[in-house]
Design a protein around this ligand. Sequence first.
Ligand code: FEO
Length: 163
Amino acid sequence: QMNEKMVKALNEQINNELYASYLYLSMSAWFETQNWPGFAKWMKIQSQEEYGHAMKIYDYLIERGQEVTLAAIAAPKTAWKKPIDAFKDAQAHEKKVTGNFQDLTDLAIKLKDHATQIYLQWFVSEQVEEEKNVDEVIQALTKIGDSTGALFMLDHRIGKREG
Ligand code: FEO
């Protein structure tokens, strides 16, 4: 039987991941309205990944015979000033999620829940990757500044993301 604090924290993380999925989908929709199909595609794929993260935790709770309790998902922002502002919000959210997984791991250690601790390792590594991916885009957008031509090229390059 899992400790109820761990179950509650994992359920909260399902919500955080679903919120991330919702936030990136909102960004994708905004990029579409701004005619940046590459950024829109990147965010749509990212949104699907986040849904996948939520489901990974969902499946883990089910596998351990625990209750999944889905809560309301907060409404994300729907507009940004510039592409870089959306990516900066994405970066801030990823940093928060990295902190969430650190806290979850600390809790698993405290509760001597070794199975959950090992299970969480995948997410801890994934967060390194997630932060790196967003950071790369922000670096490129920072270099570009207000050059529309360069922004077009970056949008095209980023739209090549497949998964
Ligand atoms: Fe599910 Fe981007 O962290």
